[in-house]
Design a protein around this ligand. Structure first.
Ligand code: B1M
Length: 221
């Protein structure tokens, strides 16, 4: 049976919210076969569904196990899309160190940022979730990235952004770098308060900001 694009996206949202990962994978493939772009599947399918999951979670209409199942369904759908987003290796644009701050295990948005950055030619070193300021510093000393990206979803993670940025500034890292923050808990205000070089509201903006920061680094600003 041939489904209209809007119906496929609606089915993706419904099945993702129910945590039906096999159906999300099948519907994602069906959407691609119907010519729907990966970014539309992510934005109008996955992210819209996760926003509803978040609202239901807040209202205590659903609980952590259901949220985890929805998150797993999104992650499995993203596995189908990742090769299309990451694409073929291109001219290197710069190296990004990326992680979710200490105390915070949310990684779906961070992983999306990683995929889009990799897809536009950045080399990304993803050091995972619940990353302490010291672990960020150690990785920065070893990897010597151009950009360091911090993701944070919880309000309680905001001070950890400050701690991490302060630790990075104080550390003896032998290469100039710029910092970029994002995630539902943060804003331009948080970036200004803690002296991050950029704030990105979503993964696409993260790529734009990353390119701008690389230009600033090249111009030594
Ligand atoms: Co949690 N959770 N969660 N959760 N969770 C939120 C964030 C919450 C808003 C839900 C709610 O109450 N409405 C709320 C936070 C409230 C607050 O602090 N203000 C919350 C809470 C309270 C919690 C727990 C404390 C619940 C509990 O245990 N009682 C707990 C904390 C665990 C911990 O971290 N220590 C918890 C746990 C979990 C799960 C483990 C069950 C699961 C995470 C699974 C996983 O990530 N592997 C989970 C989920 C899935 C969510 C919601 C429902 C969805 C998050 C998500 O993946 N969104 C979320 C509700 C919501 O955000 N509306 C919620 C989709 C994703 C694509 O968006 O991550 O925002 P997002 O990324 C975006 C942008 O933010 C941006 O780009 C992406 C889009 O393009 N971005 C960046 C992200 N990182 C970036 C970095 C950048 C640039 C842009 O540069 C470096």
């Amino acid at each position: 049976m041939i489904m209209a694009v809007q119906d496929i996206l609606e089915e993706i949202r419904t099945n993702l919210m129910k945590g039906k990962h096999a159906d999300v994978v099948d519907l994602t493939r069906a959407a691609l076969d119907s010519g729907v772009s990966p970014s539309r599947i992510i934005n109008e399918g996955y992210i819209r569904a996760m926003e509803i999951v978040g609202t239901k979670m807040k209202a205590q209409e659903i609980w952590i196990p259901e949220v985890l199942m929805a998150a797993k369904a999104m992650a499995m759908g993203m596995e189908v899309l990742a090769p299309l987003i990451e694409g073929q290796p291109r001219e290197a644009k710069g190296k990004v160190l990326l992680g979710t701050v200490k105390g915070d295990v949310h990684d779906i948005g961070k992983n999306l940022v990683r995929m889009l950055l990799a897809g536009t030619g950045f080399t990304v070193v993803d050091i995972g979730v619940d990353v302490s300021p010291q672990k960020f510093v150690n990785a920065a000393i070893t990897e010597l990235p151009d950009l360091i990206g911090l993701s944070a979803l919880l309000s309680t993670s905001i001070p950890k952004i400050g701690d991490t940025l302060a630790a990075l500034k104080q550390a003896n890292i032998e290469k100039p770098f710029k910092t970029i923050i994002g995630g539902a808990a943060v804003s331009q205000q948080v970036a200004d308060d803690f002296g991050a070089d950029a704030y990105a509201v979503d993964a696409a903006v993260a790529v734009e900001k990353a390119k701008e920061l690389m230009e600033k680094l090249a111009g030594h600003q």
